[in-house]
Design a protein around this ligand. Structure first.
Ligand code: ZN
Length: 105
């Protein structure tokens, strides 16, 4: 691969990113400031970053409120991070059979 600016042979350099297993492969020109990243390794890094982004996940039990009503509690971490309070409205949607999304409105 040659530099599009000065036609010098590009140098392949592996760039290590903190906390990421996949090194970023970049091509750097020794002649000028040109450099580019290999698209495949860039995609892998993006995927790895996405996997790391684990959202707050808490296991909770469904409780029986009355004859035909079930409910659950929100613990204080969720209350604090979403600023929930009694009387506030939330939208409930079921995108998949095993998923419930609660959206604070
Ligand atoms: Zn160059």
């Amino acid at each position: 691969m040659k530099c599009p600016n000065c036609n010098t042979e590009l140098r392949k350099v592996e760039v290590e990113i903190e906390d990421i297993k996949t090194p970023a492969i970049s091509f750097q020109c020794p002649g000028c400031d040109y450099y580019s990243f290999e698209p495949e390794s860039t995609m892998e890094i993006i995927n790895e970053l996405k996997e790391k982004e684990t959202p707050l996940k808490i296991k909770q039990k469904i409780i029986k409120l009355s004859q035909d009503r079930l409910g659950m509690y929100f613990n204080k971490d969720i209350i604090k991070s979403l600023k929930l309070e009694s009387g506030k409205e939330i939208l409930v949607s079921v995108p998949e059979k095993n998923k419930i999304i609660l959206q604070v409105v």
